[in-house]
Design a protein around this ligand. Structure first.
Ligand code: UDP
Ligand code: MG
Length: 327
């Protein structure tokens, strides 16, 4: 019987508190899956995204006592997007799962997701939050607005409530890996590559321990990333704004000339003039700013910098242990 390997990729940033809980839970679920499908093996691939706490020590320990555990440790914090990319790139499985370490992506969903993908009808199974319980009200409001706007202006559909909790086939993972852009917005990338996706709906779960590193500003910047990565509508908006204000100014000039020539009105309106100058100046800065955003992204892309850099992997600790034993 041919065995199938499932790689479980887990990006971790300062997760020392939840790692033991996560490990216990995931190994339990892995056992459950193996009971049902005896031809399945696992690989647990942790990505240490430059944690400042004892996450790396925990990972070294896990890798030494469990051969299914692998890890890639970054040279600094590169962000979750880089973590997911590194995980997919280093995973060797026929199927790849991406999930958070904080148990907000319940491992209990895995058997069900596996069955969907095994059925051959889907290339990807993922969860969708239907509630945002436990999240600040203001944040939920902004999130909903974000999805509404981005889905209006971008051709790529970005599903509200969709998450980075994914069970994917090798085919889909390779397609995602073929997108080597530096400015990564996974929510868009997942849907841009297409493939048949099964959404499993569920209620939001709160973090098992530790704290979320996503502040309001970080999320706001991430949302902007989404706009600029998956839509050029802001560029169009700036051109339209520029055109409309030019037209308005043109009409105003004609009106003033006619008033002066035909009715002999003395030209007045110091206040209006100042307003117009400010309005035009503001509009110009606004539009230049939008173009600059795209320019900046292009600039970073042309540098072709690596998405992440590795400091150590599980092979290093295993080699060290072997050396010690040989001595
Ligand atoms: N994470 C990461 N790098 C970062 C920030 C977060 O790898 O710079 C990981 C984190 O360890 C967790 C997942 O991404 O496994 C989700 O992070 P978090 O729970 O803080 O976000 P939230 O669930 O609040 O969206
Ligand atoms: Mg979380």
């Amino acid at each position: 019987m041919e065995t199938k390997k499932i790689s479980i990729v887990v990006p971790c940033y300062n997760e020392e508190e939840v790692l033991p809980l996560f490990y216990t839970e995931i190994t339990r679920v892995m056992g459950e899956i193996q009971k049902e499908h005896s031809d399945t093996e696992f690989e647990l691939l942790f990505i240490n995204d430059g944690s400042q706490d004892r996450t790396l020590l925990h990972l070294r320990e896990l890798a030494q006592k469990d051969t299914r555990v692998r890890y890639v440790s970054f040279s600094r914090n590169f962000g979750k997007e880089a973590g997911m990319y590194a995980g997919m790139e280093n995973a060797t499985g026929d199927y790849v799962v991406i999930m958070d370490a904080d148990l907000q992506h319940p491992p209990a969903f895995l058997p069900q997701m596996y069955n969907y993908v095994l059925s051959g009808e889907y290339d990807c199974a993922t969860t969708r939050r239907i509630s945002r319980k436990g999240e600040p009200k203001l944040l939920s409001w902004f999130s909903r607005k974000f999805y509404k706007i981005i889905n209006k202006i971008s051709q790529t559909e970005i599903v509200d409530g969709a998450q980075d909790f994914r069970f994917m086939t090798r085919k889909m993972v390779d397609s995602i890996l073929s997108m080597k852009e530096y400015n990564r917005f996974s929510k868009g990338i997942f849907s841009w590559v297409g493939f048949r996706t099964k959404y499993i709906e569920y209620e939001n779960v709160e973090r098992a321990a530790g704290t979320s590193t996503w502040s309001f500003w970080k999320l706001f910047r991430y949302a902007l990333e989404g706009f600029f990565a998956f839509s050029t509508a802001p560029l169009t908006i700036s051109s339209v704004l520029g055109f409309v204000s030019c037209m308005v100014a043109f009409i105003m000039i004609i009106v003033i000339i006619i008033k002066k020539l035909v009715f002999g009105d003395p030209v007045q309106g110091f206040a209006t003039l100042i307003c117009a100058i400010f309005l035009m100046g503001g509009l110009q800065l606004f539009c230049t700013g939008i173009s600059a955003q795209y320019l900046a992204k292009t600039y970073l892309e042309t540098k072709k910098r690596p998405i992440y850099l590795v400091q150590e992997t599980e092979e290093d600790v295993r080699k060290k242990a072997e050396k010690l034993q040989a001595e």
